[in-house]
Design a protein around this ligand. Structure first.
Ligand code: SF4
Length: 457
């Protein structure tokens, strides 16, 4: 089946006008919190510069830093595994679960395991994976995917969550009080934590110098899972490295402020070695990352620390919702990561942008997101079958803009045509731009004509 375009998916989202406005305003509120928090520390831009330079160093020394990380982690008693792709990653997890006779699994939020389709894979093998992040648990119950990398259930209202909880954990029908629902989720998850004998986590930062790693959560669910279970499996994308423990402070200060405006994530948990009698595994996953590293124009997208700030600020994301991207990482950063995975399938995503540059402005590691979006558009136009009507209109526009005489003539004709054409024709299905917007009032003359008349005054 042909994948839906971003515009088609977005059209479905914006049908619910109230939700579109609410979604937009909620994320703008998060963006405003980020601004206040960032402006509260005078060294903000220095932190961004330092983080960007550190990540550039990581990308240019990735091989040796990974080997250093592996050697140090092994010396700490950690079993380190490598996965070329999602399949190998999932197979490693399954083998570990089998070898350790695991029956109950808890998982804290990990975008990488979403990317690898781990839950689905393990469910097919007969395992029940319990997502323990509150937002993740909600969407797991609803059989949906996250619509945001930091706020996975941001597309749902408290009334929706009340219904989902009523169906799955027996809360009162119609109850939507956040305190009541959170307490119910807490009690439900406590039981799952106690029963679990394996905990799966993601990794926010792996430290090459020590072989240790850090997991950031606001709910403490990664700690709860790993402290109670005998087996901890940490799944880490190979780009998540930082060279030294001393670099960590810069990233922790940037991450929480950029994500939600908090000064620090509630729990920044450090893992170095397995506790006595327990096992700790780290799976280092490539899954297309080295291919992206080889793309000169796009490699620095791998600097991303998954804070979500580019989504919160993006006018398209805020008004079209995360599911409209149909990719694990939605929004501006997802639109430059996804074409590298499948150029054809994700060919419409780099066009889902105004190229306003707000994403690049807020990015804590200074990724030139909007420039990469623009670059992908060129690659896509050259390599895929872009819509014929679009190709033709671009050709005509190129010709018109290239010849002043033609441009003046086209302007005159358009001004006259718009004055005499009935509205029903101007706002017909042929004019996609006018679907939700009014055209500006037609001026009497062009700017050039006005300037000629008025320049002497
Ligand atoms: S690209 Fe930048 S702003 Fe967007 S999620 Fe990654 S680090 Fe955050």
């Amino acid at each position: 089946m042909k994948a839906k375009t971003h515009a088609e998916e977005a059209a479905a989202f914006i049908k619910d006008d109230a939700r579109t406005h609410w979604h937009d305003e909620t994320l703008w509120h998060v963006r405003s919190n980020r601004d206040r928090s960032a402006q509260g520390i005078p060294e903000w831009e220095t932190l961004r510069d330092t983080a960007s330079a550190t990540k550039n160093y990581v990308l240019s020394h990735l091989g040796e830093l990974l080997e250093q990380f592996e050697a140090n982690a092994k010396a700490n008693g950690v079993e380190v595994l490598w996965a070329r792709d999602d399949k190998e990653h999932n197979e490693h997890v399954y083998r570990i679960l089998q070898e350790n006779k695991v029956s109950n699994i808890v998982k804290s939020k990990s975008i990488l395991t979403e990317e690898c389709g781990l839950n689905h894979y393990l469910e097919k093998k007969g395992y029940d994976v319990v997502d323990t992040d509150l937002g993740e648990r909600i969407i797991q119950f609803a059989k949906q995917t996250p619509s945001h990398i930091v706020l996975p259930a941001i597309h749902l209202k408290k009334q929706d969550i009340g219904e989902i909880f009523h169906d799955h954990i027996g809360t009162k029908k119609g109850a939507s009080d956040p305190n009541y629902l959170t307490e119910a989720a807490r009690q439900h998850l406590r039981k799952k934590f106690v029963e679990a004998n394996a905990a799966i986590t993601g990794v926010n930062f792996g430290i090459a110098e020590t072989g240790g790693f850090v997991v950031c959560t606001n709910e403490g669910n990664a700690d709860m899972g790993t402290h109670l279970a005998d087996v901890h499996i940490a799944c880490m994308g190979i780009e998540k490295l930082i060279p030294r423990a001393a670099d960590l402070g810069v990233f922790l200060r940037l991450l929480a402020r950029s994500a939600t405006g908090q000064s620090i994530t509630n729990y920044s948990s450090h893992f170095h070695r397995p506790a006595k009698g327990k096992k700790l595994y780290i799976i280092l996953v490539d899954n297309g990352r080295t291919a992206q590293l080889g793309r000169e124009d796009f490699k620095n997208s791998l600097k991303c620390i998954r804070c979500g700030a580019c989504m919160n600020t993006c006018p398209i994301y805020r008004r079209s919702g995360g599911h409209s991207y149909n990719y694990t990482v939605p929004g501006p950063i997802g639109s430059i990561l996804s074409p590298g995975r499948d150029l054809k399938q994700y060919s419409t995503l780099p066009f889902a942008s105004t190229l306003c540059g707000s994403c690049s402005d807020v990015c804590p590691v200074k990724i030139n997101i909007h420039e990469q979006l623009y670059k992908w558009r060129q690659v896509i136009t050259e390599n895929t079958n872009v819509d014929k009507s679009k190709q033709l209109s671009m050709k005509v526009a190129g010709m018109t803009f290239g010849k002043p005489v033609l441009y003046d003539l086209a302007g005159k004709m358009a001004r006259t045509a718009l004055k005499i054409t009935p509205k029903s024709l101007v706002y017909s299905s042929l004019n996609v731009w006018g679907k939700h917007r009014d055209l500006p009032e037609v001026p009497k003359e062009s700017f050039k004509e006005w300037f000629k008349k008025n320049r002497k005054q």
